[in-house]
Design a protein around this ligand. Structure first.
Ligand SMILES: Nc1nc2c(c(=O)[nH]1)N(C=O)[C@@H](CNc1ccc(C(=O)N[C@@H](CCC(=O)O)C(=O)O)cc1)CN2
Ligand SMILES: Nc1ncnc2c1ncn2[C@@H]1O[C@H](COP(=O)(O)OP(=O)(O)OP(=O)(O)O)[C@@H](O)[C@H]1O
Length: 202
């Protein structure tokens, strides 16, 4: 039998482009549904410790909307932290407390982040969970991000020093799953991924 010619595997940048388009094409109604389901799914599978410290993100570029989840976590007295692009090295992330009245500013990608206040920064190893944005994920928990390497660089430094906390959890739409991602040495795989439909754990 003649086997079908295989198309070459897509590159990281091609996958990034395709999946960014797919999630940007989700309708407003689909985004709202997804935001509600992710909240339900989170509390179904995770039982945060009392007054947990949770790293999160504010959605951009069709990412899964975290606003419902943030509201519910706050109601239960958990503490939310958002990424700030490091003011000195510009290549890694700091996590700063995000409250309802926190002063905010736009970063270089026009994403809102808390205005730097060193006394509100939480060291990574004191976060219980880090809920991370991603562009694509595969069946092994590999993660492809926006291409800045911010999370990879932040976690690489951290991983050399600490191992236990935080739990690394990706949040994504179901359409962001791909069969196999081409990986790089610096990629930090996720331990769990929550989508509106599924909970994956490795
Ligand atoms: N919501 C959210 N916040 C986040 C991240 C994220 O992925 N999502 N990040 C995760 O690391 C960091 C920011 N990383 C980003 C990297 C690239 C682009 C981006 O839009 N790039 C443009 C080109 C921008 C330019 O250079 O002008 C593009 O690719 O179209 C956005 C965020 C920190 N905060
Ligand atoms: N631990 C690291 N040390 C040094 N450079 C790194 C490290 N991690 C990533 N990089 C650099 O960052 C660049 C972007 O990496 P990559 O494409 O994996 O980012 P990403 O995972 O898509 O983005 P992000 O983590 O911000 O969501 C790469 O070209 C790589 O050279």
């Amino acid at each position: 039998m003649v086997s079908k010619p295989q198309s070459p595997p897509l590159s990281r940048s091609q996958i990034r482009k395709n999946i960014r388009n797919a999630r940007k094409n989700l309708s407003k109604a689909e985004q709202e549904q997804a935001a509600k389901k992710i909240k339900v799914n989170f509390f179904q599978h995770k039982n945060p410790p009392k007054n947990a410290r949770i790293g999160l993100y504010l959605s951009n570029d069709g990412e899964l909307d975290t606003s419902n989840l943030i509201q519910s976590l706050r109601k239960e007295n958990h503490r939310i932290f958002l990424p700030i692009i490091h003011p000195f090295n510009g290549t890694s992330l700091l996590f700063q407390r995000y409250e309802e009245n926190s002063p905010m500013t736009q970063n270089r990608y026009a994403i809102l982040e808390p205005k730097l206040n060193c006394s509100h920064i939480c060291p990574l190893y004191e976060l219980d969970y880090l809920l991370m944005p991603l562009v694509a994920f595969d069946k092994s928990g590999n993660r492809l991000g926006m291409g800045g390497g911010y999370y990879d660089k932040t976690l690489a430094r951290y991983y050399r020093e600490h191992m236990q906390k935080p739990e690394l959890i990706g949040l994504a739409h179901d359409c962001q799953q791909v069969e196999l991602l081409p990986t790089e040495a610096w990629d930090v795989p996720l331990q769990q991924i929550i989508t509106p439909r599924q909970f994956y754990q490795w």
